[in-house]
Design a protein around this ligand. Structure first.
Ligand SMILES: *Cc1c(COP(=O)(O)O)cnc(C)c1O
Length: 387
């Protein structure tokens, strides 16, 4: 099926993108920050009881960070470099959580010296480092979750620990003089199965209850992570449905005794706000009788589209050429065979698509600019404009 603008943007919004894009040479990302603002407001309306910690890695552009700062967002940060960026914009350190479970002792100390007092962990060595380098801080333990099959970009195997270990770590945190604050999880990015939160919240409930009964520890917070959807080709439920369901899971498990709730959205806040604009470099067939054409564009895996690895994220690719469509293979411009975006999932593109025509990659605001290589084959990093 050909991509239709109205499934992703209003005609006015797309016109605004296009008017700007027409003045620039490809390839580039153009991102409309007002869409980020809307997404943030929508999320806060649906989760009025939750603290929002923007996952900075999704897109750390100062235009986005300042907008979210001014709307009252907090920040989930993974490195001292991200921390410097956010603090330089005047965000106070009590709005920052160090969410990376893989960190050097020196980095923990760096965060502590800057005033950060909330740390994620999922292992004993890391927890001991936190106790030494950030004494007395709040810690929350990340648990493993299921749902890797229904998340388009899973995040839950490398991070987290099993329930029993999470309880051991919470007890150890108390014994080391830290403030054992809560439990976190991430059900996987672009999680299409809302039930993944149900299973995770149920695990958290067990941890809360057992620690209270057996060890007299009262945890105060649940961090529900990211995973909320952006609009790609594979459809998802609306954010309203996610919110309704997740609220129901929380109420079923915690009732009136609701702990503090934290969300860490990245993709869902930013993706839809960006369109990557590219140009067709070459169109070819590999044999006289070949059934499918190869369409090579001036963007690829090394210029921001790394989430096409294993064709995990299927970005909507739009062209304003009309006419008969044929399934195509889409590949990037570099001299690397890995630089093929879609080969198994074939995109229908018009037969009259020509070299020099533009392709618009919708919903590419998140996880693109920073994933772009510095100069593979001499191509410069992905240019980005914030309008
Ligand atoms: C990347 C990340 C997020 C953001 O996830 P999305 O699915 O993009 O919303 C949230 N929390 C942590 C710890 C992360 O690493």
């Amino acid at each position: 099926m050909a991509i239709k603008i109205e499934d992703y943007y209003t005609p006015e919004t797309f016109d605004k993108f296009k008017q700007f894009a027409d003045t620039k040479e490809t390839p580039f990302l153009v991102l409309d920050t007002s869409i980020v603002a809307e997404a943030y407001d929508e999320l806060s309306e649906h989760f009025p009881f939750a603290g929002i910690y923007y996952a900075v890695k999704a897109n750390p552009a100062p235009e986005i960070l300042t907008l979210l700062r001014d709307r009252g967002s907090n920040f989930d940060i993974a490195s001292r470099y991200e921390l410097d960026k956010v603090l330089a914009l005047g965000v106070s350190p009590d709005r920052v959580s160090y969410g990376n479970t893989i960190k050097k002792s020196n980095d923990i100390r760096y965060f502590y010296d800057k005033g950060v007092r909330m740390f994620a962990t999922d292992s004993e060595p890391d927890l001991r480092n936190i106790a030494r380098a950030a004494p007395g801080s709040k810690v929350y333990v990340r648990i493993l979750t299921e749902g890797t099959l229904t998340a388009d970009w899973p995040l839950s195997r490398k991070f987290g620990c099993q329930t029993d270990m999470a309880m051991d770590l919470i007890i150890l945190a108390r014994d080391l003089g830290l403030n054992p604050y809560g439990i976190s999880f991430h059900v996987g990015s672009q999680q299409r199965d809302i039930g993944a939160w149900d299973a995770a919240i149920a695990k958290v409930k067990v941890i809360f209850e057992r620690l209270k009964e057996e060890d007299n520890i009262e945890l105060k917070m649940i961090n529900l992570g990211g995973g909320f959807p952006a609009r790609y080709i594979t459809k998802t439920n609306s954010l309203a449905t996610y919110a309704e369901e997740i609220k129901r899971f929380l109420e079923e498990d915690f009732g009136d005794d609701m702990p503090e709730i934290i969300l860490e959205p990245g993709r869902s806040l930013i993706s839809n706000a960006g369109i990557l604009v590219s140009e067709v470099v070459l169109i070819s067939r590999k044999a006289r009788t070949a059934l499918n054409r190869w369409v090579y564009t001036d963007v690829g895996k090394f210029s921001g589209l790394i989430e096409t690895l294993d064709e995990a994220i299927k970005f909507p690719v739009f062209t304003d050429k009309k006419g008969e469509f044929e399934d195509c293979i889409i590949a990037g411009p570099t001299c690397d065979s890995a630089d093929i975006m879609y080969e198994n999932y074939m995109y229908p593109l018009p037969l009259n698509l020509a070299i020099g025509d533009r392709l618009y990659w919708f919903s590419t605001g998140a996880y693109t600019t920073t994933y772009s290589a510095v100069e593979f084959n001499g191509f410069p990093p992905l240019q980005a404009y914030y309008i």
